[in-house]
Design a protein around this ligand. Structure first.
Ligand code: TYD
Length: 210
């Protein structure tokens, strides 16, 4: 069955990954390839409700509650969107996936990494990204972008409001992932124009595209 490809987009807040996902989706569609796009947390009706709970500063989930909410949304999007997309032979592009939990919940919140990986394995049900692009940008610059973009509002800024040290820990965890899994996880220099970064992203998935 599964001859689709899963490409995941990762990085700190404000790194530009969402723009890059749209550009890569268009690049693939222009080549008449089937594309499914999704995001985490979210991507399903259940996951989008969970997303609202996770991003709203009025709810203060402790670290482990946060992790369980994320994994609940993740297992749903795998079952409803990602696995069916791969089985249909599509390129599935996900704005964040399991590596976000390794970077944020283990790397920055301090939950034991092995525990996070076990829950990821359970939620992902055998799905592993074919390539993970980590958009790498200076933490101060990325955070300034994220905090002041119009889509960041009072009821969805819980992560944007974390201190700079939190975001540095997330960035360090992504660098560590790229060192540990160099064939899957690729750091993409996210400086420059969207088009410049897009060219780097296309190069980083070149071997996956006919
Ligand atoms: P996202 O919509 O990608 O936010 P942004 O565009 O600002 O980067 O993700 C929402 C937030 O959820 C983001 O701040 C990171 C957090 N998150 C985790 O902490 N762990 C996870 O596993 C996932 C998927 C997201």
């Amino acid at each position: 069955m599964s001859d689709g490809k899963l490409i995941t987009f990762e990085g700190i807040e404000g790194c530009g990954k969402t723009t890059q996902l749209r550009l890569l989706a268009r690049h693939l569609e222009d080549r008449s390839l089937a594309v499914v796009t999704t995001r985490e947390p979210g991507g399903t009706p259940l996951g989008e409700r969970v997303r609202d709970l996770l991003l709203d500063p009025r709810f203060g989930p402790v670290a482990v509650s946060e992790l369980f909410l994320l994994e609940a949304a993740r297992s749903q999007v795998v079952a409803e969107v990602i696995r069916p997309g791969l089985d249909a032979g599509a390129y599935v592009l996900s704005d964040r996936f399991a590596d976000s939990s390794v970077a944020y919940q283990a790397g920055a919140r301090g939950i034991d990494r092995a525990a996070v990986e076990r829950l990821n394995t359970l939620a992902c049900a055998g799905v592993v990204p074919d390539r993970t692009l980590v958009f790498d940008l200076d933490v101060e610059l990325a955070l300034a972008r994220a905090r002041y973009r119009p889509s960041t509002t009072a009821d969805n800024r819980r992560f944007e409001d974390e201190a700079i040290g939190f975001h540095r820990a997330v960035a360090a965890a992504y660098h560590d992932l790229a060192r540990r899994e160099p064939h899957r996880v690729v750091l993409v220099d996210a400086r420059g124009t969207a088009e410049e970064v897009h060219a780097r992203a296309v190069a980083a998935v070149g071997d996956l595209i006919p």
